[in-house]
Design a protein around this ligand. Structure first.
Ligand code: ADP
Ligand code: MG
Length: 472
């Protein structure tokens, strides 16, 4: 729960933020592209104007002034390119000719920045609003070495055309941006409408499931991820539902199992109190029955406690794992079961060659093996043999408990390890079984990452096996 104390934001905020980021990115790209375009265009123009001005200057330097006077130069230029303005300025800043204006009406041009640069012998340029032409012009001025000193040839062109063009481009891009912005917003809104209500429904579904109401599952949604989430939730609900059913069944089973001995004890105690206690024979017989039923209750409760201990998490606190020799464990089991075997003249044999090292919880594995041996003794006829054998294969260390008993019918085998499942109910009850023995064996194998198996044929005995993974 790392996120618990962090502020939570609605999906809305993320939508608005992403729309804002995307649209500002769009606008800055538009602005940047226009700006670069403008710079590029102005640079190109500047170069063209300089080339033109230098050509004119060179022509005058080499061929001298035309006989007809200065005006001829500017007129010629006007003829070549109408959009171009050519100005010729002498050392004193006086305009000698201008292709776009009348020199006598013009003021002294000697202090125009680009002209000053040209006087100094370099190429001067600048963008300015021209009072003469009432437009923004790009000026390029170059020096011209005449007999009278340094003159200046200045070429200029209006930037109005390019500005108009750029404005047009910018305007169009802006319109497109706005349209994209709108589209983006609509898509986001659509997504929002598609995602938010399902999320709300899923949340309500989860709350329903948490309350144990599994009758209504979540519908299928159009958005893939959401539909997957809903499906996962439905699967979880199904699992929870069946777990809940298992739990109910288990509680019903436990109650049923406990009811019989409790009813018996109650019945016999009442009979005793009502006068049976006065007959010594009845007293002894009834008390024996009561005692046996109390033992039975104790057995069931012991087994239930064992099971719940094996199911409690974390397991690491329940398991006391260590290295042991399996043969020692099997021999100890034989010791424990020997007297029960003797009563039925059953021969118990341990088949194990030390050392078979295993990493297990000693007492749990003892209990599992004893449960198997106990069953073998309980369900086998007298004067038979029960074998407890250790076996090692490529990946497992196995404990086989085989008997020469009645065997188990195949239909029972799949459910044999379930709690309270008995193949032969009457017999098991008569022999004092709780029906939990094999469930405990399976649990113990599982907490060791192992498994259980059984192979049995009616009439020719059974072999129960605990398979433990080999640890090297
Ligand atoms: N060695 C065996 N031979 C025949 N039947 C067996 C054997 N072991 C177990 N079973 C059958 O499996 C059932 C479940 O065993 P278990 O869980 O130990 O319960 P129980 O308390 O009845 O012994 C028994 O009731 C019995 O019907
Ligand atoms: Mg048993």
């Amino acid at each position: 729960m790392r996120n618990k104390n962090r502020r939570k934001y609605s999906l809305w905020l993320y939508y608005v933020l992403s729309v804002a980021i995307l649209s500002s990115a769009l606008l800055s790209v538009t602005w940047y592209v226009t700006d670069r375009f403008r710079t590029f265009f102005v640079d190109q123009q500047r170069i063209a104007l300089e080339v033109y001005a230098r050509t004119v200057a060179l022509d005058i330097e080499e061929n001298g002034l035309p006989l007809s006077g200065f005006a001829e130069i500017c007129n010629a230029s006007k003829q070549t390119d109408k959009t171009l303005r050519l100005t010729l300025i002498n050392t004193d800043g006086e305009v000698l000719c201008d292709s776009a204006a009348n020199p006598p009406e013009m003021d002294n041009h000697g202090i125009r920045p680009e002209v000053l640069t040209a006087y100094a012998g370099e190429t001067g340029s600048g963008i300015r609003f021209s009072n003469t032409l009432q437009a923004t012009l790009l000026y390029v001025a170059v020096p011209l070495n005449s007999d009278d000193g340094v003159w200046v040839v200045r070429a200029a062109r209006s930037l109005t055309a390019i500005n108009d063009l750029l404005h047009e481009v910018f305007r169009k891009l802006f319109v497109v941006s706005v349209l994209l912005y709108l589209a983006l917003f609509l898509v986001s809104y659509y997504l929002f409408r598609k995602i938010n209500p399902p999320l709300y429904e899923i949340r309500q579904g989860a709350e329903r499931f948490a309350r144990g109401e599994f009758d209504r599952s979540l519908p299928d949604y159009q958005v893939k991820e959401i539909s997957e989430l809903a499906n996962a939730m439905n699967q979880m609900a199904t699992k929870l539902d069946s777990l809940e059913n298992l739990r109910r069944e288990f509680v019903a089973n436990v109650s049923h199992e406990l009811k019989t001995p409790v009813t018996t004890i109650k019945g016999f105690t009442e009979t005793l109190l009502e006068g049976a206690k006065d007959d010594p024979a009845d007293l002894e017989r009834f008390l024996e029955i009561v005692s046996r039923q109390a033992d039975r209750l104790a057995d069931i409760i012991d087994d239930l406690l064992t099971l719940s201990r094996l199911e409690s998490a974390p397991l690491s606190e329940v398991l006391a794992l260590d290295w042991h020799d399996l043969c020692d464990i099997l021999k100890a089991c034989k010791e424990v079961c020997q007297s029960r075997a003797d009563k039925k003249a059953i021969v118990l044999r341990v088949d194990c060659r030390s050392p078979v090292r295993i990493y297990v919880d000693y007492s749990l594995l003892m209990q599992a093996t004893i449960n198997l041996v106990d069953n073998a003794i309980k369900y086998s006829p007298e004067k038979t043999m029960v074998k407890i054998a250790a076996r090692v294969d490529a990946s497992h260390v196995c404990i086989d408990v085989s008997d020469e008993g009645p065997g188990i019918m195949e239909i029972h085998i799949p459910r044999l390890f379930e709690r309270f499942y008995r193949a032969d109910k009457a017999r098991s009850r008569k022999l004092g079984g709780t029906g939990l023995g094999l469930a405990i064996v399976k649990h113990i194998a599982n907490v060791h990452q192992g498994e259980v198996a059984v192979s049995s044929r009616v009439g020719s005995g059974s072999t129960f096996t605990i398979l433990l993974p080999k640890k090297t």
